[in-house]
Design a protein around this ligand. Sequence first.
Ligand code: MG
Length: 164
Amino acid sequence: MLSQIIQDALNEQIKNELFSAYLYLSMSAYCAEASLPGFAQWMRLQSGEENTHAMKIFSYILERTGHVELQALEKPQSKFASPMALFKQVLEHEKKVTGMINNLYELAVKEKDYPTEIMLEWFITEQLEEEKTAGEIIQLLTMVGENGPALLMLDRQLAARGAK
Ligand code: MG
């Protein structure tokens, strides 16, 4: 059985992952409205990935015969200054999520909940990847700068992203 404190923390993390999905979906809409279909597609796939993160924890709670209690989601931001501002926000958001996962892991260690520690290891590795990817896109956007044609080329490149 899951302890109450771990169960509550896992339910909270389902919400955090779903909020990420919601935020990235909102960002996808912004990109589509800004005539950047590649960025829009990329963010939409990213949103779908966050949804699978939430479902991993959802399934895990049920597997441990715990109780899933979905929380209310906040309204995500819907306006962004530029693709660069948007990706900087993605990176900041992912760093925040990394902190949440680390706190959850610490809690699992404190509670001696070894299965939860093992489950969270996947998320720790995933967060490394998320921060790295956001950083790489910021790097590309820095190189592009104010160059419109280069931004369109980057848009095409991002459109090529398949579901991970
Ligand atoms: Mg996630």
